[in-house]
Design a protein around this ligand. Structure first.
Ligand code: ATP
Length: 489
């Protein structure tokens, strides 16, 4: 029996890279999208989601790699020849045309095949015609009905609210019956109430139209409530693809856990299958297949921690309540236990200063591979006890000869950030901050285009300009074998 059409692949992105001004924005990305899906590209500002959408639309050409729509390589095909249409955040309606004419605009220009004719050489040539007035009226009215504006055709677009104008923009995009509708943060300009209403409307529209929606957003709640599939992106790389439930319940790494929903992210060690140690305590978990004593990150959602009185038999940790706020149906509390500040959501009331027991059940602990455990760079010994890497020369004790290519390992706790850029050896910008309960893991992007991870108790904000100081005594060098060196070149 044939598979239902909903399972067909409609779009394939194969090994696509996009470089802007020497910066890799999308990195060897592969993605298959099935027909009829509502898929969301989710990630922080600047992660490359709009660039990916614009490459699918045809507005931006990949630096390398290919894009296929329905099996056809469309990489070099212009946007208007692709069976897709885009709705942008800024709706850009024609101010001098009424609602009906705005929606009809594209249809009036569109030509549809109407059979074949023999030319003077006796060859078959495909013929095209424009839509009739009746056809246009019928299609525009259907599109307006789908966006809930059936009685608005005669209205001046300037007299509409932001939400209504965005509905007109959506009607204009769907009236030409694209196979894929691309939506680039279409609700970003609307207020919260209107955005919520439009989210519901868009999911309804998706069901009624039955076409594929690819939706770009940085709002995780929007992604989780609207789509069948969420693609989480960071730094031009896919971090996880899954259903909303999968990315929430089983985040692939600490980045996804932090980005999707509220979470407690803690470093730990897998003692053996189904046993993880963190905060000096061994817990039973549901994960296996890690190396013995492998360092891992783990996530515990605030609602997965149960609170009991201090004298209870239950619970593995004893903590002190730091703050408690009633949120209508539960208490949100900050509870300190073994040096870690947990965020807890519980129906059990506890007051600041109170000692409590915390119970974390095996299914509340989600183990993730550590993204990176040490900063790793390629450098070269440039003189006596001097190594060049990350665009700087650093004094590092070594007996290696000048010119030796080396891997330079800089632990996360060997780096210090300073407010005053002049105080540092390298200049950089803060790009990501992940709170890990007792410290922050800060990601910076140096002026020489390198990513650094730093563990620090200092608080930094994204886009802060910083100086970077490295504790050289903690650096480890490893000679790069010749084959490896030539592999990298
Ligand atoms: P946002 O939510 O802020 O729009 P995004 O994830 O959609 O972020 P992109 O718009 O894809 O991110 O941009 C990714 C990176 O590529 C950014 O650093 C951006 O400045 C850069 N970029 C995008 N378009 C261009 C361009 N035409 N020329 C140079 N750099 C660009």
């Amino acid at each position: 029996m044939r598979e239902p059409r909903v399972l067909d692949k409609i779009i394939e992105v194969k090994n696509v890279t996009k470089v802007f001004d020497d910066t890799t924005v999308i990195d060897e990305l592969n993605l298959s999208i099935r027909r009829g899906q509502f898929i969301t590209l989710l990630g922080p500002s600047g992660c490359g989601k709009t660039t990916l959408l614009r490459m699918i639309a045809g507005f931006v050409a990949p630096t390398s790699g290919n894009i296929y729509i329905e099996g056809q390589d469309v990489t070099t095909i212009p946007p208007y020849k692709r069976p897709v249409n885009t709705v942008f955040q800024k709706y850009a309606l024609f101010p001098h045309l009424n609602v009906f004419k705005n929606v009809a605009f594209g249809l009036k220009l569109k030509k549809v095949p109407c059979g074949e004719k023999l030319n003077s050489k006796g060859e078959k040539v495909e013929q095209f015609r424009k839509f009739t007035k009746e056809e246009i009226e019928q299609k525009v009215n259907r599109a307006l009905r789908l966006v809930g504006l059936e009685d608005y055709g005669h209205r001046d677009v300037n007299s509409l609210s932001g939400g209504q104008q965005q509905r007109v923009a959506i009607a204009r995009a769907i009236v030409c019956e694209p196979k894929v509708l691309l939506l680039d943060e279409p609700l970003g300009a609307l207020d919260l109430k209107m955005r919520k209403e439009m989210q519901i409307e868009l999911t309804k529209m998706h069901r009624e139209l039955g076409i594929t929606f690819i939706y770009v957003t940085h709002d995780q709640e929007e992604a989780l409530t609207m789509s069948n599939v969420v693609v989480v992106l960071n730094d031009g790389l896919i971090q996880q693809i899954g259903t909303p439930k999968q990315v929430y319940d089983e985040p692939a790494n600490a980045f996804v856990a932090d980005f999707i929903g509220e979470s407690n992210i803690i470093s730990g060690t897998m003692i053996k299958d189904f046993s993880v140690k963190f905060l000096d305590t061994v817990f039973v978990c549901e994960d296996k297949g890690f190396a013995k004593n492998e360092r891992v990150d783990l996530v515990i959602r605030p609602e997965d921690i149960d609170v009991f009185p201090e004298n209870s038999e239950q619970g593995q940790l004893t903590g002190t309540v730091l703050s408690a706020v009633f949120k209508g149906t539960y208490y949100e509390m900050e509870i300190e236990a073994n040096g870690y500040e947990f965020t807890v959501q519980s129906t059990t009331e506890a007051r600041p200063g109170q000692k409590v027991k915390l119970l974390i059940k095996p299914n509340g602990i989600h183990i993730m591979k550590k993204l990176r455990t040490v900063n790793e760079f390629v450098g070269e010994v440039s003189g006596e006890n001097t190594v060049d890497f990350c665009g700087g020369s650093f004094e590092i004790p070594t007996t290696l000869e000048k010119g030796t290519p080396v891997k330079v390992y800089v632990p996360f706790d060997a780096v210090e950030l300073t407010d005053d850029e002049e105080d540092g050896e390298i200049g950089a910008n803060v790009t990501h901050v992940l709170y890990k309960g007792s410290y922050y893991q800060v990601q910076i992007y140096t002026d020489t285009d390198e990513d650094f991870y730093i563990d620090t108790t200092d608080e930094w904000d994204i886009d802060d300009r910083v100086g970077v100081k490295i504790n050289k005594s903690k650096i480890r060098l490893e000679v790069i074998a010749h084959e490896e060196e030539s592999d990298e070149n």
